[in-house]
Write a protein that binds this ligand. Sequence first.
Ligand code: G3H
Ligand code: 13P
Ligand code: ZN
Length: 332
Amino acid sequence: MISYKELGLVNTREMFAKAVSGGYAIPAFNFNNLEQLQAIIQAAAAQKSPVILQVSKGARNYANQTLLRYMAEGAVEYAKELGWEKPQIALHLDHGDSFEVCKSCVDMGFSSVMIDASHLPYEENVALTKKVVEYAHQFDVTVEAELGVLAGVEDEVSSEVSHYTRPEEVIDFTTKTGCDSLAISIGTSHGAYKFTAEQCTRDPKTGLLVPPPLAFDILKEIENKLPGFPIVLHGSSSVPQEYVEMINTYGGKMPDAVGIPEEQLRKAAASAVCKINIDSDSRLAMTAAVRKVFAEKPGEFDPRKYLGPARDEMKKVYEHKICNVLGSNGKA
Ligand code: G3H
Ligand code: 13P
Ligand code: ZN
């Protein structure tokens, strides 16, 4: 059993409390490799933003949970080297799907876990979430739970349609489970194709897809029922069209990729939403940068020559989110 506190990590309790009262949101960025982690820490340190490093099931399969945990420990030291005296970095399990995986993360030094039982019948979601909370809280590890189902892939759980969170359930759920934060479904989804062309309108000038608005009425109802309670938004990539165009220009094929417009995320961040999950935008930046180097310098074969530019591009994305979308700069 290793406590995250020994690793210099923090749980999410204090960062969420400050974010809710301050009207901003904490960035939760997924990482799977060194370059993503470097870019996240460089951006957070430069902007003095609290940050949540997220590890998904896909990341654990790809990079190994133990290695990622040690990388996060290294990230705390790296942040200090960059001049961030008291880094506020949480290490979070994204979409944990069983008690066992949540326990193994708590035991190896994660400071926060998500138990995603949102696809189960309500009472089973309550029971599993409560079990994880009871275990995690013994070690002061915070727990995120979910009510409602996002369309698309939630790790192994996939759903064709989203089921919005039912505001009438949130008081009962949070009271019975004791969870520290609640992920909700109000129209976001995972990945780079968040809406079909049929769900969108098309901007007559640019020809680009314009997605339907998020269900802010549901968010407001939830906020009224749980004043001050930390709300989490998954699937919050904006799918920047400049990266989609770069990818398509340099040999990729991502027609009609579309995300959540930034102004909607700004509005969410100013409300009870205090954690915003972003993964796909970093993937797009990385892919665009790598494709550009491959197209322009076909003789290049030193991975540092394409992963370096990819890292720099991701850092730009993270800093932009922190400063211009979530407003978490200067809060750590
Ligand atoms: O929840 C979705 C995240 O973007 C993680 O995706 O399981 O492919 O790493 P992943
Ligand atoms: P995006 O696919 O929109 O980046 O969402 C990531 C996410 O919700 C991770 O849990
Ligand atoms: Zn998610």
